[in-house]
Design a protein around this ligand. Structure first.
Ligand SMILES: [Zn+2]
Length: 69
């Protein structure tokens, strides 16, 4: 009997490269999962490397339209 081992391919943790653990797939540990999550969240809110461009919108004109006839 030549039963091939049906082992799920050991995927490397995208964070540190260690073999992932099923519990924290695709990461090797909660730590790495957290790191990735943090990266993801940060990346979602602000583009890394981009300057904090504060949009200086034009001041809201509190002037009311004066209809002068
Ligand atoms: Zn890891």
């Amino acid at each position: 009997m030549s039963q091939k081992e049906k082992v799920a391919p050991a995927r490397a943790c995208p964070i540190c490269g260690k073999p992932a653990v099923e519990r924290y797939r695709p990461f090797c540990s909660k730590r790495c999962a957290d790191i990735d999550l943090n990266r993801w969240l940060k990346g979602g809110y602000a583009i890394p490397g981009a300057p904090d461009a504060e949009e200086d919108g034009e001041p809201a004109t509190s002037r009311q339209d004066h209809e002068d006839d």
